[in-house]
Design a protein around this ligand. Structure first.
Ligand code: SF4
Ligand code: SF4
Ligand code: SF4
Length: 209
């Protein structure tokens, strides 16, 4: 099998939360490492034993238990921002690999629950500890994985495209959400409207699938 095809097939079996718990910078780099024989198939807690079984079948290798040093298998979680404590620092937006948080500088931030992969990468950077991981009370579907991969790729392309901007990381990320950063300088009603529109857009994207 050609290596690029092998990577694609492996990547399609990974859950695309982009959580980095496998020790790689996202699902695709882990897929590359498996294909190249430099990583075992048991490093993905979100995929769990089911994911290991699928990878074992694809690669015709024995199933092995999840590597406990990478984390535990568990229910799908989703980030929840206690907005009353949010200081609008944008650090969570910068940390989120799939653009699941909307907000702008000095404005409260909100998680788009159906875009959130539960990766928890936004929790530690929050300086006021106002992000909590709560149970999503739903399953992570193949559709979710497809959408998460697309959001992740779009975000990476956007960041790479703007990499040369003479701006700090925070400013660069705000610039990446132009309509939201513009809203930071608008009146309160416009700001609220912008966040509501971003939420509605995410909902309609989901219901249209
Ligand atoms: S879901 Fe997380 S642990 Fe699994 S492959 Fe993707 S980045 Fe790695
Ligand atoms: S909102 Fe937080 S938990 Fe959800 S995808 Fe973004 S970084 Fe991960
Ligand atoms: S990191 Fe915390 S305080 Fe900063 S914008 Fe995000 S939720 Fe608000």
């Amino acid at each position: 099998m050609k290596n690029s095809l092998k990577i694609d097939l492996i990547d399609q079996l990974l859950p695309q939360t982009q959580c980095t718990k496998c020790g790689f910078d996202g699902c695709r780099p882990y897929a590359e490492a498996i294909a190249n024989g430099t990583a075992d198939i048991n490093r993905c807690p979100p995929g769990g034993s089911d994911g290991i079984r699928k990878l074992a079948n694809l690669l015709q290798v024995p199933e092995v238990p999840l590597d406990a040093s990478r984390g535990k298998e568990g229910p799908l979680m989703v980030a929840f921002i206690h907005e009353e404590h949010c200081i609008g620092c944008t650090l969570c937006i910068q940390a989120c690999p799939v653009d699941a948080i909307v907000g702008a500088n000095k404005l409260m931030h909100t998680v788009l629950p159906y875009q959130c992969t539960g990766c928890d990468l936004c929790v530690d950077p929050c300086p006021v500890d106002c992000i909590e991981m709560v149970q999503a009370n739903r399953e992570w579907t193949d559709n979710d994985a497809r959408q998460a991969r697309q959001n992740y790729e779009q975000r990476n392309q956007r960041l790479q495209g703007r990499h040369n901007e003479p701006l700090g990381l925070a400013a660069r990320n705000l610039a990446n959400k132009q309509e939201l950063s513009d809203a930071a300088y608008s009146d309160e009603q416009t700001r609220k409207q912008t966040v509501l529109e971003a939420l509605a857009k995410a909902r309609s994207r989901r219901s249209g699938k």
